[in-house]
Design a protein around this ligand. Structure first.
Ligand code: AMP
Ligand code: MG
Length: 704
């Protein structure tokens, strides 16, 4: 909900002739954002722009809408100028004084340099205005800024000392000659003021809640953010007004009103200067560009290494992979479990207003030591039912938990600590000022970063983004992961199995794991040990999924067709990782899609998925790299381990100790199901005795 139904942002121009008929830069651009979207108009003359704005305002007023119109030129000059020109320091009087001097025709023909020279004559020395074509230069208007002296005015307004990239308004010519834009813009605004009278006000000089509000803006406060949101080939001026209009339209009404009120009564202010975080928080989302494909060599391993340690293998995956899932905009209700595609900042503070933390009585604190009696004001303040008005000093008001504190209340005494007769309350002081209240923004302030891109959204995350004013989030489409089992020996569970066959145990497990990880699992069935069949299956998988997981056939044997095919495709690496259980992993790209070729043994398949495939696929899905959270617990077992590789034992916690499955055989599927996590034993040699500390990682830490 915006305080304004329409936000209009105008990029002004000081051209002396109409702008080209084909939309161009350095011309007048007007963006109009409403709740539904944003429209951009290109105008060739200031005259046409003034008419267009008047029409826009009129139509809005007729519909009962409020309009905020922002202009990218200074609304005021450094202190002292208005008084010298208009006889008073009120910038709006200066607008009228300028309007009386400036002539600006229907074809942009104008007298700004003459006016500037005449204004300069009001001041001693040379200046303050400078810059013009040779033909317009004269004793009163120098071509060089350095030729000025003795005019006695500051070079910059306070806001321009804060925003260094803003040009001083004295400069009339060449790059960023904002001075000419103001001389030719303010008279147009003065005309709009005359036309709309009491229906229009100018911030920060006027405070009325009028249907039309004018304010000074400076899109370059968001230069980088706007550039990132420009459409391909978009004229920069258009992108500036478009993105800024959308940003202000999205801003929380309370926050926007506060920003509009800021500034100096004589020098004015640029909306949002010094509070860029608040502007950034309201930026429209980045366009949903399709992420770039993975590089062919993303799975390349360092040459000549026999066995790669687990940590090195993980570091390689982490560095080489990047998100492949495209960003999409979703309402909150559909965003749970999705991965955030961009950082999220608070659009609004929580709490938005100071409020009561308890049921009780509010008054202006602090209360001194000793017995207190306060007369009770009529009415009460409850959550969602504010008490309007100002509480008189020395009075108390009934307030309930969550009620916004009315003016005159900053302290609340707990109901239980009072006695009352309906007309007065009594209690014992002291009570510090602010007791039993919550400050506005004490939880989260508008503009604060709340969640980072790469986070998988939890139910609690939805609470904080809702509370801070979001209704939609930019998340990533779920990563689609195809799962294929390979092996002549495999039979489908439920089918009749020949004596030499085994049931496919990996596929149901892997499909369920992918779903648990938040991916969209795609079942591609079983494939016999046949290269043609496997090729067909990989083609189909690459067509439907973002990543492919296979099990079996990943070693270098005769029947290891996954690794053979990937090698043939030229983008395969056999990762010999120093891990037990685990055989070589075949990592590669099939038609640009990453393939995780897992060993066939279900135990190795599960461990390799948890340790390697899961964090790697998380990156593809747009998630931060995940290091599973482990816990140091006493061992409930004894084990001697040789150096050279990292070991994972199927384990669970009983009586505060990690116990491990009786057999380490990697064919023992029952142990996977018996276990509730893994014990990780580091790469070196180790003799673990009962009671020694070991690292236990519950399945849940892996996202299972
Ligand atoms: P492979 O990696 O193809 O050499 O297979 C290693 C071991 O895992 C063999 O004993 C296979 O029979 C077994 N295996 C392969 N795939 C599966 C599966 N989907 N379900 C159960 N066991 C499997
Ligand atoms: Mg096999």
């Amino acid at each position: 909900m915006s305080a304004f139904d329409l936000v209009v942002i105008v990029d002004w121009s000081a051209r002396a002739r109409p702008s080209p008929s084909r939309p161009a830069r350095d011309a007048i651009w007007i963006a109009v954002a409403d709740g539904a979207g944003v429209r951009c108009d290109y105008l060739r003359t200031r005259d046409a722009a003034e008419r267009a704005l008047a029409q826009l305002f009129e139509a809005a007023i007729e519909r009962g809408q409020r309009v905020l119109a922002g202009f990218d030129f200074p609304f005021a000059y450094p202190a002292g100028f208005a008084a010298a020109v208009a006889g008073q320091s009120d910038p709006l009087a200066l607008w009228d004084a300028l309007a009386a001097r400036i002539e600006d025709g229907a074809e942009n023909e104008n007298n700004r340099f003459e006016v500037a020279a005449a204004l300069n004559r009001l001041f001693p020395g040379i200046g303050p205005f400078w810059g013009c074509p040779a033909a317009d230069a004269g004793p009163d208007l120098p071509r060089q800024g350095s030729a000025r002296h003795g005019h006695g005015l500051p070079e910059r307004r306070a806001v321009e000392r804060l925003v260094r990239s803003a040009q001083p308004c004295w400069k009339l010519y060449t790059t960023g000659s904002v001075g000419s834009q103001a001389l030719l813009g303010l008279p147009r605004l003065a005309a709009l003021r005359r036309r709309f009278g009491a229906q229009l006000s100018v911030r920060p000089f006027e405070r009325e809640e009028t249907p039309v509000v004018l304010a000074e803006v400076y899109p370059s406060l968001l230069a980088r953010e706007i550039a990132a949101r420009a459409e391909p080939g978009e004229i920069p001026d258009r992108a500036q007004v478009r993105v800024l209009a959308e940003t202000l339209r999205r801003m929380d009404p309370g926050v926007l009103d506060r920003l509009l009120a800021e500034g100096d009564p004589e020098e004015g202010w640029i909306l949002g200067a010094g509070q860029e975080d608040l502007l950034r928080a309201a930026l429209p989302p980045l366009p949903g560009l399709a992420p770039p494909p993975l590089r062919d060599d993303c799975f390349a391993l360092p040459a000549g290494v026999e066995w790669t340690p687990v940590d090195e293998a993980l570091a390689l995956l982490r560095d080489r992979l990047s998100p492949v899932a495209a960003p999409v905009r979703l309402p909150l209700a559909e965003a749970a479990g999705r991965v955030l595609a961009e950082d999220v900042a608070a659009l609004r503070s929580n709490p938005p207003l100071p409020n009561s933390a308890v049921d009780g009585y509010g008054f202006a604190g602090p209360a001194p030591e000793g017995p207190q009696t306060l007369p009770l004001a009529e009415g009460r303040a409850a959550a969602g039912q504010p008490w309007s008005g100002r509480l008189k000093p020395g009075h108390a008001l009934r307030v309930l938990t969550g009620a916004a504190l009315p003016e005159g209340v900053d302290t609340v005494i707990l109901e239980e600590d009072t006695t009352g007769d309906g007309a007065r309350i009594a209690f014992h002081g002291p009570l510090r000022r602010g007791a039993n209240t919550r400050r506005a923004g004490e939880d989260v302030a508008a503009g604060d970063a709340i969640l980072r891109a790469g986070r998988r959204l939890t139910p609690a995350d939805l609470a904080v983004v809702s509370a801070t004013g979001h209704a939609e989030l930019t998340v990533r489409a779920p990563l689609r992961v195809a799962v294929i089992s390979t092996g002549d020996e495999l039979a489908e569970p439920g089918a009749a199995a020949a004596p030499g066959q085994i049931f496919d145990a990996n596929r149901p497990m892997l499909l369920a794991m992918m779903a648990r990880f938040g991916f969209a699992a795609v079942d591609m069935g079983r494939v016999p040990d046949d290269r043609r069949a496997l090729r067909t299956a990989l083609d189909a998988a690459a067509g439907q999924a973002d990543a492919i997981v296979t099990s079996g056939g990943a070693s270098a044997g005769d029947e290891d067709h996954v690794s053979a095919l990937l090698t043939e495709a030229g983008a395969m690496q056999r990762w010999r990782i120093a891990i037990k259980p685990g055989r070589p992993l075949a990592l590669g790209l099939w038609q640009g899609k990453p393939v995780f070729g897992l060993p066939g043994n279900p135990v190795a398949a599960l461990v390799c998925t948890l340790i390697f495939a899961r964090p790697a696929m998380g990156v593809l899905a747009g998630e931060d790299w995940e290091t599973p959270q482990g816990f140091t617990v006493p061992a409930g077992f004894e084990k001697r381990k040789k150096p050279g590789r990292r070991e994972y034992l199927r384990a669970r916690i009983r009586d505060g100790r990690a116990e491990v499955f009786a057999s380490e055989g990697s064919g023992r599927i029952s142990g996977l199901s018996w276990a509730e996590g893994l014990v990780e034993i580091e790469d070196g040699a180790r003799h673990i005795r009962p009671g020694d500390p070991v690292r236990y990682i519950p399945y849940s830490s892996f996202g299972l």
